[in-house]
Every structure is written in structure tokens, then in C-alpha cells.
Design a protein around this ligand. Structure first.
Ligand SMILES: Cc1cc2nc3c(=O)[nH]c(=O)nc-3n(C[C@H](O)[C@H](O)[C@H](O)COP(=O)(O)OP(=O)(O)OC[C@H]3O[C@@H](n4cnc5c(N)ncnc54)[C@H](O)[C@@H]3O)c2cc1C
Length: 400
């Protein structure tokens, strides 16, 4: 009756990771990716954290290590220097292809160039029972017991079934991957203030001393401006610190959307799991979601395959919902409060705000920027930084 136990929509980090663990657990799995190859279009700038990559067993050759963190505003500039490599810039395409190899080796079928265009649901209880997919071999119907919606910002299946709606608050980013004469390969830079983004920030993320990603992210609905326009202006005028790079020659263009609204109210339904951006699992403070997509993708695959014996009922999938929300929900809420402060700052306020970051130790900074906000850590942070302006910022996190 079923072609597959589990069908996965989307071959980003969440879908590929779900395919890997589900197939490893013995389920018959297919993943559909509408692009012509895994990682064909990069929709992310790929900053992450080395300890998280190690936990997820991502090989070191797939990222450029970073130890210094620079912030540039209208009239201020700070650098937090570390003695160890704690952050990294991912080779996104190679990472996603590595994740696809793990899934394929575990036995998952991966169908590229395959756009999921509709869902099948049973008439009596409106439960999802399959997908309609445009594949290179033609339009196909796939019957399945469980669907994992890993379609990213799109939340294609969840929206099709009316379980979730389009994100109202989101970020849009435009980025060029560029040749440059000289970049510091150990330092990433965030640029803040109206020159760089009317509601967000710009970035300079190095992959090597000659290769950088330069991008702009803009929050919606706060600003209607297209980030590409702002990005071109920054590059043309070589706003600080771009003049330091010498020749800047874009060689690749990236564009993407990221939800910026917190977690979906619910990410499991009868026969359906939402994961990654589809479920709202990214950190809204610095628009960071790859590690969560991999971690909770793997969890979705494990719990999804275990639920096959229970008809993939919503009840049998609840452990997934509880686990990821236990780990992420309060951090996402705190990050949203900091973000709403940051989105409203004027240039002068940004000049002052980045001085708060300058006073932080590397450990404090990394906990803060990666939203590792445990109450104990944040109380310590507030005690270590008693100035009023710093307290106001940290209180936003501690506040329940
Ligand atoms: C500008 C920008 C910068 C970012 N920077 C960072 C960063 O520095 N660090 C970080 O960790 N995160 C960053 N993120 C966030 C990160 O990219 C996402 O959180 C992450 O990619 C989510 O993974 P995912 O698998 O859920 O979705 P995606 O990576 O979006 O993958 C979804 C996949 O589903 C496919 N798909 C969609 N609909 C269908 C369909 N109907 N049929 C078949 N396939 C379909 C898409 O083609 C895509 O390949 C950034 C995001 C943006 C937009």
C-alpha cells in the first residue's frame, strides 16, 4: 500500500539530516529536493560554532575556523579577540553534500530536481497520506506513512494542509561570495547602523584570505528595502571595513529568507513533522539555524521512524516537539527581545551598544551572540557588567 515509510520535502540541512537517521533506523525513506543538485542555491551565510559542529561530527575540512569578532558601526568599532577558534564559516555546499552522502549511505533515496507540488490526504480524517511530485520522470504520486516537512521558510506541506500560515516577520538576505586581495581569515565582522542595513546588519565572513562572503540582512516588515540594493551600495562605496580587502570581485550570488517570529505553536500533526526553518527553529538574533536544522532534523528522523509502529499519530510524535522546544523555546524568546531592541537602534545608539560588547570576555560574547542564555550565565553576565546600559540589555534576556 505504501511506496515509502517516510517522505521528506526539502534537501537542506534539516531534510538531509532527517533522511540520514530515519534510514539508519531501518525506515524506507525518500527525500525530494526541487533544485537540480543538493546545495545548488546557497541561501545562507554559513556562520556556526566549532563545538556544535564537533558535537554533530561535521568534518573540520568543511569549515574555516574563526577566533576574532569585529563590530563596526557608524562611528565606532570594536574587536573581541580570542585565543582559540570558537566560531567558523561553513563551506555550505560541501556541507550539504556531505549530509546527503550520509543519508544515501544509510539507504535513503534522494530525488533531486523534484518539486513537491501538492499533498494527498485521506478523505475521512484529512490526514496526510502522500505527496504529488514533479520529477524528471514526470508527475508522480507517492504514498507514505509519515511526511517530514523540511521545506525551509516555505513550510510547504504545513501550509498546504492549513496547519500553519506564511511567516509575518522574517529576514531577507542578499550576499555575494567574492574574490578579494586580502581578508583576515580568522576574523568575522558584523556591520550595524543605517549605512549597512535599515533594519538588521551587514556581514563580512571569510572562507580564506582571498574569499569572503559579504552580505546584508533586512528585517520585514520593518523595512521594505531590497537587501541587494543596499549590498551593492556598500560594495560600490567600499564602506568600512571593505576598503581593507583590496579588489572585491563577486563570483557567486546568494539570496534567502529566514523566519524571524519564533517557534511554530505546534510542529507535529497526524502523520506530519515540521523541522528546521519550517518549524521556526533558527535563532532570530543573528539569523542562525544550520546547526539546529541538523540536530533537530536528526531527531525528527529518529522519532519519526520510531513512530511508524504507532501509525505516526500526533501523539507518537510529541517527544520530538517536547525535546526541541525544551532546548530552544526560551532561548528563541530571549533572542527575540534583544532583536527587537536592536532593530530600533539609531546610529548613535549603535555606537554606544557595541561598546557593551567590547567589555565582554570571549566566552560571554559567544554565549550571548549564539543565544546560549542559561539563567545562571546571564545573571553572572549582569553582575560582571553593572553599567546601566549593559544591565538594560542583559535584563531583556533574564526577563521571563
Ligand atoms: C541571508 C541568510 C543568512 C543566514 N545565515 C546563517 C548563518 O550564518 N548561520 C546559520 O546557521 N544559519 C544562517 N541562516 C539560516 C539557515 O540558512 C537556515 O536556518 C537553514 O538553512 C534551515 O535549514 P532547512 O533545511 O530548514 O531549510 P533550507 O536550508 O531552506 O532548505 C529547504 C530546502 O527545501 C527545498 N524545497 C522547498 N520547497 C520544496 C518543494 N515544494 N519541493 C521540494 N523541495 C523543496 C529548497 O529548495 C531547499 O533546498 C541564514 C539564512 C539566511 C536567509
Amino acid at each position: 500500500m505504501y511506496n515509502y515509510d517516510i517522505a521528506i520535502v526539502g534537501g537542506g540541512p534539516a531534510g538531509l539530516s532527517a533522511a540520514y537517521t530515519a534510514a539508519k533506523a531501518g525506515a524506507k525513506v525518500i527525500l525530494f529536493e526541487r533544485d537540480k543538485s543538493v546545495g545548488q542555491f546557497v541561501r545562507t551565510s554559513g556562520v556556526s560554532w566549532i563545538c556544535e559542529m564537533k558535537k554533530l561530527e561535521i568534518p573540520e575540512k568543511l569549515y574555516n575556523p574563526i577566533k576574532n569578532y569585529r563590530f563596526v558601526s557608524h562611528k565606532n568599532e570594536i574587536t573581541i579577540k580570542g585565543s582559540e577558534y570558537r566560531s567558523c564559516v561553513l563551506d555550505v555546499r560541501s556541507l550539504y553534500q556531505y549530509l546527503s552522502f550520509l543519508a544515501a549511505k544509510a539507504g535513503a533515496d534522494i530525488s533531486i530536481n523534484s518539486n513537491v507540488v501538492d499533498v494527498l490526504s485521506s478523505k475521512n480524517n484529512n490526514r496526510i497520506s502522500g505527496l504529488i511530485v514533479n520529477t524528471p520522470k514526470g508527475k508522480t504520486e507517492v504514498r507514505t506513512r509519515l511526511v517530514i516537512d523540511a521545506s525551509g521558510f516555505n513550510s510547504f506541506v504545513g501550509r498546504k494542509l492549513g496547519y500553519v500560515s506564511t511567516w509575518k516577520r522574517y529576514g531577507v538576505g542578499a550576499e555575494f561570495e567574492c574574490y578579494c586581495d586580502q581578508a583576515d581569515p580568522e576574523t568575522w565582522t558584523l556591520m550595524v547602523g543605517s549605512n549597512y542595513s535599515p533594519a538588521g546588519y551587514a556581514w563580512l565572513f571569510p572562507l580564506s584570505s582571498n574569499r569572503v562572503r559579504i552580505g546584508v540582512g533586512i528585517g520585514k516588515p520593518e523595512s521594505l528595502i531590497d537587501p541587494l540594493k543596499v549590498l551593492n551600495n556598500i560594495i560600490e562605496n567600499k564602506f568600512k571595513p571593505l576598503a581593507e580587502l583590496g579588489i572585491i570581485q563577486p563570483i557567486e550570488y546568494h539570496y534567502g529568507y529566514i523566519p524571524n517570529q519564533g517557534a511554530r505553536n505546534c510542529s507535529v500533526f497526524e502523520g506530519l513533522i515540521l523541522v528546521g526553518d519550517s518549524a521556526g527553529q533558527s535563532n532570530p538574533l543573528v539569523l542562525e539555524g544550520i546547526r539546529h536544522a541538523i540536530e533537530f532534523g536528526r531527531l525528527a528522523g529518529q522519532i519519526g521512524s520510531a513512530s511508524l509502529s504507532s501509525y505516526c499519530s500526533k501523539n507518537s510524535l510529541m517527544d520530538y516537539e517536547h525535546e526541541w522546544k525544551k532546548q530552544l523555546s526560551s532561548r528563541i524568546e530571549s533572542a527575540l527581545r534583544v532583536q527587537s531592541r536592536w532593530i530600533g537602534l539609531t546610529d548613535d545608539e549603535w555606537d554606544r551598544e557595541i561598546s557593551i560588547l567590547r567589555d565582554m570576555s570571549v566566552d560571554e560574547f559567544i554565549d550571548f551572540i549564539s543565544s546560549e542564555f542559561s539563567p545562571r550565565k546571564m545573571i553572572k553576565l549582569a553582575l560582571n557588567h553593572p553599567k546601566l546600559v549593559a544591565r538594560q540589555l542583559f535584563n531583556l534576556i533574564i526577563k521571563k
